[in-house]
Ligand binder design. Structure first.
Ligand code: PAF
Length: 285
């Protein structure tokens, strides 16, 4: 099959809606892949998942100012539209939704969505208290604007996946959230748009996060006491020069701390800083 040389780029809500009504048929569903661009193989995996569902795949690229607090990396967040476009053509995505800030947040914009308790559990929210309200607001807008049948999210941002899943469930949004397994570099580092911030020394060390998570998960599966496993993991990462934000075991659905040791499903979630770059990752137990 020949690869198309271009891809449809939709810049306004009305063009997106017209496009979706034109392509949607009872047996032809629409999948939305929400992104902030700087696409890597992990994003392409989300596109492939949408294609595997037999859907018409629309990838949104929008760097959402509402989910960045003052002092975070909004202004230096990588902007690589031409390269993103080429990757999406190659991957077989059908269209790109690329609105500007004014289209998303016109003057007078005033309503936001308050996420549920899963956004207040002391993980990402502890150091980014306004982040998830920005995420739920933009994701709800993207769902309403596109009217997509599916929305595809990676499990790397596991708390985000749960926040969005709970929002769609509790607000009866007519969309199915499709979670996709994290894609990793050969050494285990989870793919992320922020990995490009790592210098070569930091990059060489960065895979220790996943290795430590895997080792800790294995120890918990083998019945070792959770508290000592977590303590050892934090010490190990600190000894290698990581600043550990959290390294915790949580209920995989509520993200609360498990009440007893037999509670399942549970998941290990971690955030570390290496140099100036923050890395997050997680693993099921
Ligand atoms: O995961 C991301 O890239 C963003 O948080 C998302 C879901 C596209 C919302 O801006």
């Amino acid at each position: 099959m020949s690869v198309p040389l271009s891809i449809l780029i939709l810049k306004s809500i009305s063009d997106l809606r017209k496009h979706v009504s034109a392509v949607r048929q009872p047996l032809h569903k629409v999948a939305l892949v929400p992104t902030m661009g700087a696409l890597h193989a992990g994003h392409i995996e989300l596109v492939k998942q949408g294609l595997t569902l037999g859907a018409h795949v629309i990838v949104s690229i929008f760097i959402n100012p509402l989910q960045f607090a003052a002092g975070e990396d909004l202004s230096k967040y990588p902007r690589t539209f031409n390269a993103d476009q080429a990757k999406l053509i190659d991957a077989g995505a059908h269209a790109i939704y690329f609105p500007d800030v004014n289209e998303m947040y016109p003057p007078g914009f005033d309503v936001t969505i308050l996420p549920g308790s899963v956004a207040r559990v002391g993980l990402e929210d502890a150091c980014r208290p306004t982040h998830f309200q920005g995420v739920t607001t933009i994701v709800a807008k993207l769902f309403m604007q596109s009217g997509a049948d599916y929305a595809v999210f990676g499990k790397k941002d596991f708390q985000q996946l749960q926040v969005v899943t709970h929002m769609a469930r509790d607000l009866n949004m007519p969309i199915e959230i499709i979670p996709v397994t994290t894609l990793r570099e050969k050494d285990g580092l989870a793919m992320s748009s922020r990995n490009i911030y790592l210098n070569s020394e930091e990059r060489a060390k960065a895979s220790l996060l996943y290795q430590t998570l895997s080792h800790a998960a294995q120890s918990i599966r083998q019945g070792q006491p959770v508290e000592s496993v977590l303590k050892y993991a934090v010490k190990n990462l600190s000894d290698y020069g990581f600043e550990v934000g959290y390294f915790e075991v949580r209920n995989a659905n509520t993200l609360e701390k498990p009440i007893d040791k037999n509670e399942r499903p549970i998941r290990l979630l971690a955030a570390v800083k290496i140099g100036t770059t923050r890395l997050i990752d997680n693993i099921g137990i």
